[in-house]
Design a protein around this ligand. Structure first.
Ligand code: ARG
Ligand code: ZN
Length: 883
């Protein structure tokens, strides 16, 4: 907790450490009311910094520790021989190499921040990234200090039969009094943030994988006994990830054993600790009875993400936390390409882009906007952001686009070879890509240092007499905190020109034939491309596959968008055109509603929707994406000043109008899909696609209010063979006016799934997101439900997070009740779990987007929070939001 103003840390102040830790030997004695941590460190002066042999003081990080013993080179130190304060231990070494042995006492059972060593239910587990290891023992807790770890865990055998740490098990044995021990050795030097320990009564799913060089790896997923039947999908995803990383990046696994442990109380998704990944159970467990298809895909993606970190993160790690995107941006890019290869590439891209635009663009436009490589922070936990992760992945994707598949691979090969075993920077990554390809990315690197989303405005002219088509590009990046002026960035634009039949024309630029699709690099603030030999005036298909994370504008008419939605040979841009049409229509409706005039339905949107719903050739998942209207969050993001009530009204009005207009086509397709999906459950991509479309149609059809549709919905809820269908029916019922059926379904669901925390999370979320008036009261009542607890991050996200992020109409209620409610929760949570509290500030931080009245109400709540005694986490986000 804050005693004084928290300090800002700057990238420009980076200094290598004074000492290295060559060896780290840890022994944990675990008890119910405390744990003893004995460490023995082999330290060595960093002679690059201190060649003259003068010995600086050694300062180790440490927080919330009771220091019991300090032994320097076999001599026990007295209290006068070292200094301890709130976050460090300092002492004066006498030699350039020396051994330091420490004993600290900690209380994992009272660790509610879930950082360091803590208890989740009856098991012990750790989360050390970014700076959690310092809550275990005093250490050089910084990623550029890499050490070989040996770990011994001692605990009561009865309660904790399974004792795990990084690397390979090397010895085990019994102690008196029913206690036992296991020792683990990790041969790969690693920073402390990759340390992990688990102790518990766990059961195990075991399998094996043979690597490309023929080594057999022991694969283990540890879960609590009742979850043993829900691990197959994670194991299968793991094996596919291992194969994929060999095939696509030439990366082989390096230890003999790879373990995943599922824990219920976890601040994020998962953690890539060397050889011992620790996961939020929501990212491991998946069975058709209890998990939706979306959850299956998330498990696949997160398992892959953490596995891929073994190379992009662990073998090559970050020099300092400003370089976080070095491992996270690259690894998100890797996992999204993996998912694209395992599922539909176009649909995966649509999902990622939708997410980025609704969320990361908003971050880039808000008070916490920061570059992919930030220049400063108060609390690093606040920088595990959409910008570092998702925009960082887009930046790597652009490098991939610019270099091509082969060039990119040459670059990553060089990167892994050159930096194996090192802690490096984003510049080192770029340098390897440059050196392997003879490329120059000096201007491109602005993507790492400039915050904000560039706007790329494009206009065109056709000169029939010269058969020339000119595209004018203009790029502007708006100011962000601390960065008033921006320089032009390299924007790769994948594009084609379409003729009147929707056929791609051959592109000729500066006398060079480029084929029918090209990637052009926009590098100037103003730039014109002149296409030659263009026989008729084309319609441009721009930024295909969202080839750069920018806000593109081109003066398409609604008719142009209809044409592209039907004819663009590029699937992504077909979706993009339909989406653009829907945004345009919705923005029009918002304006009409605000002007107090009656709304009317643009038949062109109906036509586009009808044409895809009735097209049985088109991938059903694509149809589902095309008919999904842009989210309220995205409409808020693209609005100058967002009128949440009007946005909600217009969007609901349009959904209902489309449902009425397309009732028969939707019903026919729904019935066909329901019939085709009846019977045995299938986890295949095409079965998932069918369910996705079917359930999206059901959501629309329920808006007609027809008794017949209600019957279908209730029937689907009761008879569903899987959670995807059951949950979709529940969502449709909960959002419907059929009160009796809604309450019956909720009660039935709760009774049936009370023993399944992850299923109950969905039950909480569905209600938190329901947009009828009175949602806040419902949420407040649900907080008293016996299965709800503020101590479990998944529950907080499921109920509070869902309400404040996904129920805009209710959260932004003009009486300010939603804001006050959230501020109370933030203040309350900050005392137990600052990381989770800090995440919850986001919706309040976006106050500038709203009308004056709401702005004042939101600021009032931010000020109320700021008046409290706060963690650095919440202090940073709230104070920057008000700045
Ligand atoms: N490295 C983890 C991942 O795979 C996330 C760690 C998040 N840590 C935090 N303090 N939020 O993305
Ligand atoms: Zn990661």
């Amino acid at each position: 907790m804050r005693t004084e103003q928290p300090k800002t840390i700057y990238l420009k102040d980076y200094k290598a450490p004074d000492y290295w830790v060559d060896e780290t030997q840890l022994t944990f004695e675990l008890f119910e009311d405390h744990a003893l941590v004995h460490s023995r460190l082999a330290l060595r002066l960093n002679s690059d910094l201190h060649g003259d042999g003068a010995l600086p003081a050694l300062t180790l990080h440490g927080q919330e520790l009771a220091l019991l013993k300090v032994v320097l080179d076999e001599r026990e130190l007295g209290e006068g021989d070292y200094q301890v304060d709130d976050d460090s231990l300092s002492l004066q070494p006498a030699d350039a190499t020396f051994a330091l042995a420490l004993t600290t006492r900690i209380e994992p059972q009272n660790n509610t921040a879930l950082e360091g060593l803590y208890k989740s239910g009856s098991m012990f587990c750790t989360q050390c990234e970014a700076e959690g290891f310092r809550k275990i023992t005093y250490y050089l807790d910084r990623p550029d200090v890499m050490s070989r770890f040996t770990t011994t865990v001692i605990a009561e055998r009865e309660r904790y039969p399974v004792l795990l740490s990084n690397g390979n098990p090397i010895a085990s044995g019994e102690h008196e009094g029913g206690r036992h021990w296991v020792s683990w050795e990790d041969p790969f030097p690693k920073p402390a943030y990759l340390f992990a320990l688990v102790a518990g009564d766990l059961c195990l799913l075991q399998d094996s994988f043979t690597t490309m060089s023929g080594r057999e790896i022991d694969l283990r997923i540890y879960v609590e006994p009742e979850n043993r039947t829900q691990c197959d999908h994670a194991m299968d995803s793991l094996k596919r990830s291992m194969r994929w990383d060999e095939e696509v990046y030439g990366r082989e696994y390096d230890l003999d054993i790879f373990m995943i442990v599922a824990v219920n109380d976890f601040n994020m998704g998962a953690m890539e600790n060397k050889g011992l990944n620790i996961f939020n159970s929501s990212c491991v467990l998946a069975h058709q009875d209890t998990a939706t298809d979306m959850a299956f895909q998330r498990v696949e993606a997160v398992v892959a993400h953490e596995y891929f970190h073994n190379w992009s993160g662990n073998r090559v790690t970050c020099r300092d936390w400003f370089q976080l995107s070095l491992k996270e941006g690259f690894t998100v890019f890797r996992d999204s390409e993996f998912s694209a290869d395992m599922n539909s590439r176009t649909v995966k891209r649509i999902e990622d882009v939708t997410f980025l635009r609704a969320n990361q663009f908003a971050e880039d436009a808000g008070p916490m906007a920061h570059p992919v490589r930030p220049d400063s922070f108060i609390e690093i936990s606040n920088f595990y952001t959409l910008t570092v992760y998702e925009k960082g992945a887009e930046v790597v994707r652009m490098l991939h686009t610019l270099l091509g598949e082969e060039g990119f691979r040459k670059g990553t090969d060089l990167y892994f070879e050159r930096h194996d075993g090192q802690a490096v920077t984003c510049d080192d990554f770029i340098k390897a890509l440059e050196d392997a390809n003879g490329a120059d990315f000096s201007q491109f690197k602005r993507w790492y240092s400039q915050a904000g989303t560039p706007r790329l405005s494009v206009t065109s002219e056709y000169d029939a007499s010269r058969c020339e088509y000119r595209l004018h590009f203009n790029q502007v990046c708006p100011p962000t905190p601390g960065q008033p002026d921006k320089l032009p960035q390299v924007i790769p634009v994948r594009m084609a020109l379409l003729d009147r039949d929707g056929k791609e024309m051959t592109l000729r630029l500066n006398g060079e034939a480029l084929g029918t699709e090209a990637v052009v690099s926009i590098t100037e603030a103003e730039q014109t491309l002149v296409f030659e030999n263009v026989p008729t005036c084309p319609l441009p298909s721009l930024l295909r596959g969202f080839s750069a994370p920018v806000k593109l504008s081109y003066p398409y008419s609604r008719d142009d968008r209809v044409f592209l939605a039907k004819h663009d040979p590029d699937g992504f841009n077909r979706w993009e055109a339909a989406q653009g049409l829907a945004v345009d229509v919705l923005q029009g409706l918002v304006d009409i509603h605000r002007a107090g005039r009656p709304l009317n339905l643009d038949q062109r949107l109906v036509d586009v929707m009808r044409s895809v719903i009735t097209d049985s050739e088109l991938d059903a998942a694509m149809v589902a994406e095309i008919i999904r209207l842009p989210s309220e969050a995205y409409l808020v993001e693209v609005a100058e000043v967002a009128d949440v009530d009007a946005i909600h009204f217009a969007r609901e009005w349009l959904r209902r109008a489309l449902a009425v207009a397309l009732r028969d086509d939707m019903a026919a397709r729904y019935q066909a899909l329901a019939a085709a999906g009846a019977g045995e459950f299938s986890p295949s991509a095409s079965a998932m696609a069918d369910r996705s479309l079917k359930n999206s149609l059901l959501g629309y059809l329920m808006l007609t209010g027809e008794q017949e549709v209600l019957n279908w919905c209730v029937r689907q809820f009761v008879e569903a063979s899987n959670m995807t269908d059951r949950q979709a029916a529940l969502v449709a019922l909960v959002n419907s006016p059929f009160e009796q059926q809604r309450e019956a379904a909720l009660a039935d669901f709760a009774e049936r799934w009370a023993a399944y925390p992850l299923v109950m999370d969905q039950w909480f979320s569905v209600q938190a997101m329901a947009s009828q008036p009175g949602a806040l009261e419902r949420v407040q009542k649900l907080m008293e439900h016996p299965l709800f607890t503020m101590r479990n991050p998944n529950k907080v996200r499921a109920l509070i997070g869902a309400f404040v992020n996904q129920n805009l109409a209710n959260f932004h209620a003009i009486d300010g009740s939603g804001y006050a409610f959230l501020a109370d929760r933030i203040i309350e949570l900050d005392r137990s779990n600052p990381q989770i509290a800090s995440r919850l500030v986001t919706p309040l931080s976006r106050w500038r987007k709203f009308d004056d009245e709401r702005q004042a109400l939101m600021r009032e709540q931010l000020s109320r929070i700021l008046a409290e005694k706060l963690s650095p986490d919440v202090y940073e986000v709230v104070s920057k939001s008000l700045a």
